[in-house]
Design a binder for this molecule. Structure first.
Ligand code: GRE
Ligand code: ZN
Length: 329
């Protein structure tokens, strides 16, 4: 299929809210961010398609909105996440040319999460999984207890998308609280999300999980949550002392792992300078298109890519080719 944009467009961080999860969220006093986002998150597909058509997006890779089922108690999460993924499969099956899926995982029980990932990939045809922020809002995912999930993803050869979620309250309290009332997004997309998710990615590299599972592939949204801009400084500084300095390729170790094991998307970050930095640091093969619908609308992304002056080859990679390769679409 060719859209009005002249090339196939696949967007890979596009959210929905499962009706059962919505009900337990409501029962716990959790609400989507306003009626406009709420209306789009749980529309079941029709609004997705309408707004995809209007903006020339051919395919969305769907993922649950944060924090998925990660906030539930473990037993509820394990059973409810199966239902979430089964309902998502029915959705994709209604329109397989327009939708593909990332699994939600009950990360409270890492072995169950690994099994659910395998079921979703092998039986349901899902393309990977999305996990959010801190596990249960408390622990970074580099903790060894979660490695069974990464081991399975590597064995299945599917990526894990590391997505932001509300940051730890202690971080918000110490770093941001004074300005939160006047600038509520500073704990979210304006700053807190990126800081925390970049920290999660950094910690994953330091943990050695990529030494253990060399085929592990991680996706970051929002053009890498700031890491491409910091990559030289992080890599160089880490090499001076400590564990990185003992690596044979100390000077470039962090950069090498990041550029080899991570892919990034444009979700919510339609910035040409930031894209240029990312392309120079990581290469055009590492950057995939995403919108972050409905937290970000489709049309600003379309306006941006229509104006974007990159080579036809890089354009095809960004808009669909890299997604087709990484996600086997
Ligand atoms: C996101 O999914 O990236 C997101 C939210 C909430 C607010 C903004 C945002 O979940 O980008
Ligand atoms: Zn998102």
């Amino acid at each position: 299929m060719t859209t009005r944009n002249g090339t196939r467009v696949i967007a890979i961080e596009e959210h929905f809210l499962d009706p059962e999860v919505k009900a337990v969220m409501a029962a716990n006093g959790m609400r989507p961010l306003g009626p406009e986002i709420g209306r789009r998150l749980d529309d079941g597909g029709a609004l997705h398609i309408k707004e995809m058509d209007e903006a020339g997006i051919d395919m969305q890779v769907l993922s649950h909105s944060p924090p998925g089922t990660q906030w539930l108690d473990a037993a509820t999460a394990v059973s409810m996440t199966r239902g979430v993924n089964d309902r998502l499969k029915l959705w994709v099956d209604r329109d397989p040319t327009r939708f593909a899926a990332f699994a939600a995982l009950p990360t409270q029980e890492p072995d169950a999460a690994a099994n659910e990932l395998e079921r979703c990939v092998d039986k349901l045809g899902f393309k990977g999984a999305m996990i959010y922020g801190l596990a249960a809002g408390q622990v970074f995912f580099d903790d060894k207890r979660f490695w069974p999930i990464f081991e399975r993803a590597a064995a299945l050869d599917v990526p894990i998308y590391l997505h932001p979620a509300p940051p730890h309250p202690t971080m918000v309290d110490i770093y941001l609280k004074d300005y939160l009332a006047d600038y509520p997004t500073i704990a979210g997309p304006a700053w807190g999300f990126g800081i925390e998710t970049a920290t999660a990615a950094l910690r994953m590299v330091l943990s050695g999980v990529f030494d253990k599972y060399p085929n592990l592939k991680i996706i970051l949204g929002h053009l890498g949550e700031g890491i491409p801009f910091q990559l030289h400084r992080m890599s160089e500084s880490l090499s001076h002392v400590g564990a990185a300095s003992k690596r044979p390729n100390a000077m470039t170790w962090f950069r090498d792992v990041f550029c080899d094991r991570f892919w990034i998307t444009t979700s919510g970050n339609f910035s040409t300078p930031a894209l240029m930095c990312s392309m120079i640091e990581m290469g055009a093969d590492r950057i995939l298109y995403a919108v972050d619908w409905p937290f970000v609308m489709n049309q600003p992304g379309t306006d941006w890519i229509e104006e974007l002056r990159i080579s036809p080859d890089d354009r095809r990679k960004l808009l669909h080719g890299n997604a087709e390769t990484l996600l086997k679409l």
